[in-house]
Write a protein that binds this ligand. Structure first.
Ligand code: ZN
Ligand code: ZN
Length: 141
């Protein structure tokens, strides 16, 4: 079995490891992701929650509602503010980890652009990646 991927926040207080393989890799262009990231979209990868653990520090959570009306917890470092992952009440088996919070994010390959209905006109998207107005069928949070 491959070694767990490791990652953490900007200041280094929070560290995590994530074992297993990506379930779904996405670029989300919804307004919540735009606001939280301060830019055009969020690149994230849904990984098995069973293989995920915080190995150092105690992150903070901000809980709101997803577009589908489910409770979504955005987990971040309280010291540096770096976003780490999201967890949705209806899918405790998954964590949606921010691609660039991994120590090596270079392996990330988006399966889809989602919530493109909210994308900004200055957001340049790769035409080769499948696009969905909201969630792809069967992938709703
Ligand atoms: Zn930090
Ligand atoms: Zn989003």
């Amino acid at each position: 079995m491959a070694a767990p991927r490791t990652g953490g926040c900007l200041c280094g207080r929070i560290r995590y490891e994530s074992a297993g393989e990506p379930v779904f890799s996405l670029q989300c262009h919804c307004r919540d992701c735009q606001r939280q990231s301060g830019t055009a979209y969020v690149a994230a990868v849904r990984m098995p929650a069973a293989g995920f653990r915080i190995t150092q520090g105690e992150p903070k959570r901000y809980v709101s509602r997803s577009d589908a009306g489910n409770e979504i917890a955005r987990v971040f470092c309280g010291a540096c503010g770096a976003p780490l992952y999201v967890q949705v009440s209806t899918r405790p088996d998954l964590v949606g980890i921010r691609a660039s919070s991994f120590d090596d994010p270079s392996w990330f390959r988006p399966d889809a652009d989602i919530f493109v209905k909210s994308a900004q006109p200055w957001d340049h998207m790769d035409p080769a990646i499948p696009k969905y107005d909201t969630y792809p069928p069967g992938r709703a949070y």
